[in-house]
Design a protein around this ligand. Sequence first.
Ligand code: ZN
Length: 497
Amino acid sequence: MTTTVLPSYEDAVSRYEPVIGLETHVELGTATKMFCGCRTDFGAEPNTQVCPVCLALPGALPVANRAGIEATIRIGLALNCDIATWCRMARKNYFYPDMPKNFQTSQYDEPLCTDGYVDVEFDGKTYRIGIERVHLEEDTGKTLHVGGATGRIHGATESLVDYNRAGIPLVEIVTKPVPGLGALAPEVARAYVTELRDIIRSLGVSDVRMEQGSLRCDVNTSLNKPGEEWGTRTETKNVNSLRSVERAVRSEIIRQTSVLDEGGRIVQETRHFHEDRGDTSPGRSKETATDYRYFPEPDLVPIAPDPAWVAELKAALPERPSAKRARLSEEWGISAIDMQSVANAGAVELIEETIAAGASPAGARKWWMGELARRANETGVELADVGATPAQVAALQKLVDEGKLNDKLARTVLEGVVAGEGDPAEVMAARGLEVVSDTGALTAAVDEAIAANPDIAAKIRDGKVAAAGALVGAVMKTTRGQADAKSVRELILQRLS
Ligand SMILES: [Zn+2]
């Protein structure tokens, strides 16, 4: 058996041109399911949010959820799509145990939104990604394989099905094929999903959390030699982090290059991305549309959005995230690159709210992008869930501005806030962390330090002001860090002048 040596990425993209395409599923945050009144709460006990409609009991009839249709139209409008004036849902027929109807209610040749685009910025350049379609469908249930070591079906003793998720509205966003990106294809793919996530988040129609599966991405990749026709594409399924989007495209480019170099043929198939290894393995060979025997859903009336309503929804769209970032970077006085890291950290709204609660832009950004971002990273939670609110961060910064806390004490107070000990003022009082502002106590501490260090005091008297640092250190020690270093220094120089 020979071992294949994979080409380097640089080598691969110097000889082949990638064409990518992305299919993104977004779980909508509606209170109830798409075709019945069942709740959609995440993490509920299995099979407690089900009814005859989403379990597909005989005779049960679906009714479309207006909120799901409205959210889909708003997504389409935000992606510059045309909105259909009349369209139908369709049945996509296939068998899977977590899909009780044996078909998925979806859309086929009559999607709700078509022919849009989204402008994606990467490294100072703008790339326009075409949107083929945005359509509405429903999610499936979830199968759990238990009794085995891996949670996969192989080795499991039994499989359980939870239908809570069955029937939750899903929106599928399909790009047109994107050629011409060359070596930047992985990064632009990631930038696209990031932008899409930000746009959908700004609409408030989904929490778009990749790690919880409310945003899921399938990545299509093909390669061709310059000047030749596009190659056969593969579809890498359920890539569930932004970083993985980039890695999935990159690893597929390398793998396909290796196959083509050896005179092989790319098979149209779905592939699974392995987070741990950073590469893909084959799944099933890809069905074509005819395998699904699509036909119009006879139990649902056609969807015919009133153009006046669509115009209203369009007029009420929120500010585009890219325009908002440009405006805020100016208001906050930071560069576009710094603004991008704020956006990537999911901190834009948090910083905005902290400023609204009274903090300066620099003060607000410092805590969210520093201490709190580090903590979120370490504990693997979203920044918004880190345990501090914008109001608390603003209150903390206020205590610093008023001189009641220095930087070091403020960090300790923030720890207490995150640990649920209360608001900054409460934590400060409970833990006795306030800066010593009593001039009498501070003067006493300074005099004590001068008396204990006569040599240093003499140097300062001789004009060697730099030596004051050692005395500041001594005072900070006796006050357990609870003095304002700047005031201490001024006081020392004043006493020794
Ligand atoms: Zn139901």
